[in-house]
Design a protein around this ligand. Structure first.
Ligand code: GRF
Length: 210
């Protein structure tokens, strides 16, 4: 059974593209029901259309948060969505949506949380001068990048890095870690215990098949 997934974006959608590519390659057992953007000009919407995926703009402009989220929830409900993936969605989610989709919303953040939360993960880590950075996929709660961590990927800073080479390598790591976290969710291998996300062993591996 393919898990019905909605991807929420605000911009370029390179993570969305990674999810689409793996889905089309048959390595991610999901059905992308829709891509929802709060920005009409988000390039990710074009990526979705190009692959025959419903591309929906639900603008947040001029709306109270509750009203905007009600519209998103209606869209998700109508499409029978099981998992909501935030892939560069640049708004905090509120109580109503998170209550309705409790434990079913995940986000990718471009730094090793809890360091550098917020909307400038790459810039903040680079400007701080870290030697190691990376990305974090976590369940979403009402805080800013505070939910329980599912997976992290490591991006060591190379001596000859520029900000751009650092960011590009980081993005390519994101493109592996986010689909992997979705795969684990879909396989029912994630369990939240307080702040910790327990990952059950791969049944195929324990049976000695891989
Ligand atoms: C990524 O760096 C992601 O971690 C962050 O926003 C960026 C979105 O990039 N939340 P893209 O739209 O997937 O290219």
């Amino acid at each position: 059974m393919k898990t019905p997934v909605a991807v929420l974006i605000s911009g370029s959608g390179s993570n969305l593209q990674a999810i689409i590519d793996q889905t089309e390659a048959g390595t991610l057992p999901i059905n992308i029901c829709c891509v929802i953007s709060n920005k009409a000009d988000a390039f990710g919407l074009e990526r979705a259309r190009k692959h025959g995926i419903a591309a929906v703009c639900i603008t947040s402009k001029g709306k109270a948060r509750e009203e905007h989220e009600r519209e998103i929830v209606d869209e998700l409900d109508a499409r029978g969505v099981e998992l909501v993936v935030l892939a560069g969605y640049m708004r905090l989610l509120g109580h109503d949506l998170l209550e309705r989709y409790k434990g079913r919303v995940i986000n990718i953040h471009p730094a090793l949380l809890p360091s550098f939360p917020g909307s400038h993960g790459y810039e903040d880590a680079w400007n701080y001068g870290v030697k190691v950075s990376g990305c974090t996929v976590h369940f979403v709660d009402e805080g800013c990048d505070t939910g329980p961590i599912i997976l992290q990927g490591v991006n060591p800073v190379e001596p000859d890095d520029t900000f751009e080479s650092f960011r590009q390598r980081g993005l390519s790591i994101e493109h592996k870690v986010l689909p992997e976290a979705i795969r684990l969710y879909c396989a029912g291998r994630l369990r939240i215990e307080g702040r910790r996300v327990m990952i059950a062993p791969d049944p195929a591996e324990s049976a000695g098949e891989v």
